[in-house]
Design a protein around this ligand. Structure first.
Ligand SMILES: Cc1ncc(COP(=O)(O)O)c(C=O)c1O
Length: 390
């Protein structure tokens, strides 16, 4: 008999009733060090007091009005995001998928309004993940995501990841945009080199198409910069965010330049809940905390500590691991044996990690994880690795 919850997930046999910082606790009291953080969502750990305070203050005041009206919390978050980034304007949604939907619509509408309706193709890269909507699965093109769901939405050109020198040849007069995660998350923590992002910007400018960065997973201080593309010193025309910006509250958004957003006039897009006061109040608090240079410096210091310990782990288990990759606190352990087995062994040791494609175990801890918890986490992964070896 089908479960009352639609069985679309392969769930681990774990269930938590409480969270405290980087820890999750089961009903029986067993504690787990959480290096998944809701898949890069719980930016500041579980039940963060500052975020809880922001949520309560807003909840005591106003939960929801519609976008028929001005929403001060939304404007405050948009002001802060535009102040801190390349963007001139923001639209708020509730998830990364919704952000992807708008990014795709925005790019296409931009060229349509320029009198070029045939310019609607979007170039994406193997291993990308932009969500599970009809447009987002078509953007990915992965058979396991599109199979069985009818004709895939037209207009996506899928290129291999890594064959960057081929890109320019694939940008045609029909290309509306190049869309890429500066660090692939689901694809297995694959960092796109800075020079590649730079050359993408150049190709987009020279050939006349937009550049879209999906920073849903790698954004919001996760890599040690507020946004991952800052390492490359280039900016996109459109950027998707979600996950970390809400710190655990559903919030997503699209940031864009005035030019790229020019087609999105009144009536072209909308959302009942997108930009609601609760989400935006929390988003603003998250952003205030993580954009502080002192906070970012700490993320980088902790990332260095974690990476150093993980390199030791690689050396201790050469038959299990190929290496560590990633940026900041978005790290991947490339496994020689099954990444899923290592994750499952971690449950036994009370440590939570997340599998990704390419046989990678993802580590995406809260950005304020303590040094002690980093040490403890690596010790537990070490124990899981040893158990797997025996
Ligand atoms: C890079 C990226 N884009 C988009 C999404 C979709 O976000 P959501 O699950 O919030 O819809 C994800 C989710 O994992 C993601 O990692």
């Amino acid at each position: 008999m089908i479960s009352s919850v639609l069985p679309t997930y392969n769930r681990a046999p774990l269930s938590f009733v409480k969270g405290e910082g980087s820890w999750l606790i089961e009903a029986g009291g067993r504690r787990y060090l959480d290096l998944g953080a809701g898949i890069a969502v719980n930016t500041l750990g579980h039940a963060n007091p500052e975020l809880a305070e922001a949520l309560k203050a807003q909840a005591d005041t106003l939960w929801h009005v519609s976008n028929l009206y001005k929403i001060p919390a939304q404007e405050a978050l948009a002001d802060k995001l535009t102040e801190l980034t390349f963007a001139d304007t923001c639209f708020f949604a509730n998830s990364g998928t919704e952000a992807a939907e708008l990014a795709i619509k925005m790019a296409r509408k931009y060229w349509y309004d320029k009198g070029l309706p045939e310019k609607y193709e979007i170039i994406t890269f193997e291993g990308c993940f932009h969500g599970r909507s009809t447009a987002a699965i078509a953007a990915s093109g992965a058979e396991k995501m599109v199979k069985g769901f009818g004709p895939a939405l037209e207009g996506f050109v899928h290129l291999p990841f890594g064959e960057w020198e081929e890109l320019a040849a694939h940008v045609t007069e029909n290309t509306a945009a190049i869309m890429i995660e500066p660090v692939q998350g689901e694809g297995g923590i694959r960092v796109v080199p800075d020079e590649v992002l730079k050359s993408m910007r150049q190709i987009a400018d020279e050939k006349g198409c937009l550049l879209i960065f999906d920073e849903v997973q790698c954004g919001v201080a996760r890599t040690g910069k507020l946004f991952a593309h800052e390492y490359a010193g280039v900016t996109p025309d459109i950027m998707m965010i979600a996950k970390g910006i809400g710190g655990g509250f559903p919030l997503g958004g699209v940031l864009a330049t005035e030019e790229a957003a020019s087609g999105m006039t009144a009536g072209t897009h909308g959302s009942t809940y997108g930009g609601n006061p609760l989400g935006c109040a929390i988003g603003l608090k998250v952003l205030e905390i993580v954009s502080d240079p002192a906070f970012l410096a700490e993320v980088n210091r902790k990332a260095g500590l974690l990476r150093q310990k993980l390199e030791g782990l690689m050396a201790d288990h050469p038959d299990l691991f190929e290496g560590v990759r990633g940026e900041g606190l978005m790290l991947g352990l490339k496994c020689k044996t099954s990444a899923a087995d290592l994750v499952a062994n971690g449950y036994e040791q009370g440590v939570l990690t997340v599998p990704a494609h390419d046989n990678v175990v993802r580590l995406l801890p809260a950005l304020n994880i303590s040094d002690e918890d980093i040490t403890e986490a690596v010790a537990r992964i070490d124990a899981a690795a040893t158990a797997l070896e025996s």
